[in-house]
Design a protein around this ligand. Structure first.
Ligand code: PLP
Length: 454
């Protein structure tokens, strides 16, 4: 691992300064933060010299693992060539990356670059509204999302988010977002038992569009699988059915691939797993493996073409951000995608998922494990206090499993507070480059944390 120079500042000093100056993301202020100093492959090291397997790839994002020299070199080379140019004009790394993303998307898309997943979703909302405006349907402005979904922290993307706890104290958010129940088979919101599924969760979109009025609905936004909201894997045919409903009502389908994209699903993008063809795809995290901030809103070519209609005044998109599509970030993304391709990390992700599926089977019988859900190499373990009643695990029980894993050297995550009492899904989403030994370590550690001997 590349170690930073720590001699200039003592550990105590560092922690004091952290407490004094740094406002941490989404963390209670009395928490004792881990200070990470270096990383290599799937492993990170903290300021005390402890090594941990980064079982969440940071925040579902370091797909190629840590410490990749070739990405650092690509960034340095681009900085020396030209570090900044706007996308009001163009530059070489953006052109190459937009072309490469078309290959990855397996379709004809035009790409608008931004900085974060939240930004990419905001741009998607603006494009969808403007499209309908220019297409003779200016009243189509609303978006339908799902309860438990997370789509970002800005006022529009938080509006799309279906997790009450994240919104309280920040409302009113952007107007025009409504939510339908998620495909949550373990606790079917429609009360169906296994085997009796009528996919009412997909039909709920048709109901919502009808109730809201199709003339008022611009788009639907969904992740292929709700990840941060608890790893909710939909039944077969769900996404295609939602797409049919969207097409029927002239509603654009926006697929948020911020987590599911770039191999996490075991395919290039999560919607590929379900045979859907979104009108708009948003992406971030794994595009650069988080080595540099970058996101994108990829828009179907036919939709983009409608913004080129010179007979309509001002038909272009009036949206700009200073850093979006920064040349260094685009060069980083190209180097990252080259690694994903060369090392065949998309199929590696599928393999990791198969290992989890097979080797974690003993967990299913554990009294605290209600359900285990997989999507590519992403894994969710829903904890319950009691298997029979499915009473969700209390926060302290969830925290105890996370702490046990950490004590054993494995960092795992949990879903956000979707609704009070439902932050009970452990999440695991390791780098796609994880070695056989890394995967064995994750499996063995999880089994040990649940006191199961492999
Ligand atoms: N969409 C999804 C599905 C996410 O998980 C996230 C972040 O975790 C976002 C959007 C927002 O991305 P960012 O944090 O880069 O704004």
């Amino acid at each position: 691992m590349n170690e930073p120079a720590m001699d200039a500042i003592s550990k105590e000093d560092l922690l004091d300064k952290d407490r004094k100056y740094v406002w941490h993301h989404i963390t209670p202020h009395n928490d004792n933060p881990m200070v990470v100093v270096s990383g290599e492959g799937s492993w990170i090291k903290d300021v005390d010299g402890n090594r941990y397997l980064d079982g969440m790839s940071g925040l579902w994002c370091v797909n190629v693992g840590h410490g990749r020299e070739e990405i650092a070199e690509a960034a340095a080379k681009q900085m020396k060539t030209i570090a900044y140019s706007t996308l009001i004009q163009s530059h070489v790394p953006a052109i190459k990356l937009a072309e490469k993303l078309n290959e990855w998307l397996e379709g004809e898309y035009r790409v608008f670059f931004s900085n974060s997943g939240s930004d990419a979703n905001e741009v998607a909302f603006k494009i969808a509204r403007q499209y309908h405006h220019q297409n003779g349907k200016p009243s189509k402005h609303k978006f339908i999302s799902r309860h438990r979904a997370y789509h970002g922290s800005s006022l529009g993307s938080l509006g799309a988010t279906g997790q009450a706890q994240r919104k309280l104290k920040y409302e009113p958010l952007a107007a025009g977002f409504t939510h339908v129940p998620p495909p949550y088979c373990y606790r079917c919101p429609f009360g169906q038992q296994e085997g009796a599924c009528r996919m009412q969760c997909a039909e709920a979109f048709e109901d919502a569009i009808t109730w809201e009025g199709a003339d008022s609905v611009a788009g639907v936004i969904m992740e292929p699988v709700i990840t941060g909201g608890g790893m909710l894997v939909p039944p077969d045919g769900y996404m295609k059915r939602v797409q049919e409903i969207c097409n029927k009502h002239d509603v654009l389908l926006i697929v948020d691939e911020v987590i599911c994209g770039f191999g996490r699903s075991g395919r290039k993008f999560g919607h590929h797993n379900f045979g859907a063809k979104p009108d708009i795809v948003t992406m971030a995290k794994g595009m650069t493996s988080a080595y540099s901030p970058l996101s994108a809103t990829a828009v179907s070519a036919w939709l983009y073409d409608s913004f080129k209609d010179t007979s309509k005044a001002d038909s272009h998109l009036r949206h700009v951000n200073t850093f979006g599509g920064n040349p260094v970030s685009c060069a980083v993304a190209l180097a990252n995608l080259a690694i994903l391709e060369r090392e065949e990390l998309v199929s590696r992700s599928a393999w990791i998922g198969e290992q989890f599926r097979e080797r974690l089977q003993p967990l299913a019988a554990h009294p605290h494990v209600g359900d285990i859900r997989h999507f590519g190499s992403a894994l969710g373990i829903e904890l319950v206090e009691d298997k029979q009643s499915k009473r969700p695990a209390e926060a302290s029980l969830v925290a105890s499993y996370i702490a046990s894993c950490k004590r054993l050297g494995l960092i795992i995550g949990k879903n956000g507070d979707t609704v009070p009492g439902f932050a009970n899904v452990l999440t695991i989403s390791p780098p796609l480059s994880s070695t056989d030994e890394d995967v064995a370590f994750i499996v063995d550690t999880l089994l040990e944390a649940f006191s199961i001997r492999a």
